[in-house]
Design a protein around this ligand. Structure first.
Ligand code: HSE
Length: 306
């Protein structure tokens, strides 16, 4: 299948690498910058992709709400399959875009919007078809876990650790979204939509980030044998969903205690299946690129079988 990638940043280039030697042929890359390694297939005009009937799938990996939303919507309207890793955009337009894909009979996959390289949403969706989900949660941001871990285990300052997270490609273009908890808010909203149905407004989620955590807080946690984690949680109670995101003290009895660097841990509690948890790298070029490539290949393979 011929496909196009929108945005050749950390995730776009990771996805391109993961697709090498597969049945997904990247024939166009949209990016405004001159990128020598892909110059032969580079364009800065989305119409080159939308108007090409041979391109059956568009992978939006550019980030930001606009024009990412407009491009995904236009691709779906044109009858093309779409994949996105854009949590902020998808969490704000979830019902519309998933509804549009269904209406047009095309696929919209978005596994990498929550969990970086962890196939969390894929498994959450799978379990929710056969069980009632009572609660979901975990550590859903690699950058903040990297910062808190570096402060606690290496004695680094907040600023030093954030700079490293940016250099390693974990942080968003504007890391405010990571440290204020807005990145987790979008991931939790999308996860809630799959777990409980509905269309949660990410901005309705009570959210506290890590900007108020001091080096003294981290030292005190260590003295008490605990670590600080940015924990997200949403549970069902009396038919209502109660979501919350805040830094929490976590002891060695919790699976979240062991997470190091940019690792994430997602869990779900199902009425019949009990607790399932998924741990791995929640950010970074390689892991996130693989998750996006897996979404693309899922569509390529399912369309081929039809
Ligand atoms: N900035 C995000 C994080 C990237 O640090 O978790 C992956 O979603």
């Amino acid at each position: 299948m011929k496909i196009a990638i929108l945005g050749y940043g950390t995730v776009g280039s990771g996805c391109m690498e993961a697709l090498k030697g597969t049945d997904a042929e990247v024939v166009r890359i949209l990016d405004k910058r001159a990128i020598p390694e892909v110059s032969g297939i580079l364009t800065d005009d989305f119409e080159d992709i939308l108007g090409d009937p041979e391109i059956e799938l568009v992978a939006e990996l550019m980030g930001g709400e606009h024009p990412a939303y407009d491009f995904v919507k236009a691709a779906l309207l044109a009858g093309k399959h779409a994949v996105t890793a854009n949590k902020q955009m998808l969490s704000r337009h979830f019902a519309e875009l998933t509804g549009l894909a269904e209406e047009k009979g095309v696929c919209l996959e978005y596994s990498a919007t929550a969990g970086g390289g962890i196939p969390w949403l894929e498994n959450l969706r799978r379990v929710s078809t056969a069980d009632d989900i009572l609660e979901i949660g975990g550590v859903m941001n690699g950058t903040t876990n990297f910062i808190l871990d570096a402060m606690q285990t290496k004695g680094e300052s907040y600023e030093e650790a954030l700079k490293k997270a940016q250099e390693l490609g974990y942080a968003e273009a504007d890391p405010t979204a990571d440290v204020m908890g807005y990145d987790v808010r979008a991931k939790l909203a999308i996860s809630c939509n799959l777990a409980f149905g509905g269309d949660m407004d990410p901005e309705s989620i009570p959210t506290t980030g890590i900007t108020g955590i001091t080096e003294e807080d981290v030292r005190k946690a260590k003295t008490d044998g605990k670590v600080i984690r940015l924990v997200a949680r949403a549970r069902l109670g009396n038919g209502l969903i109660y979501p919350d995101i805040s830094p929490q003290l976590v002891g060695p009895d919790s699976p979240m205690y062991m997470l190091s660097g940019p690792e994430n841990l997602f869990y779900l509690i199902g009425e019949k299946c009990g607790t399932l948890s998924f741990r791995g790298f929640g950010a970074g070029k390689g892991p996130t690129g693989v998750n996006v490539a897996a979404d693309i290949l899922k569509i390529v393979n399912s369309v081929r079988k039809d």
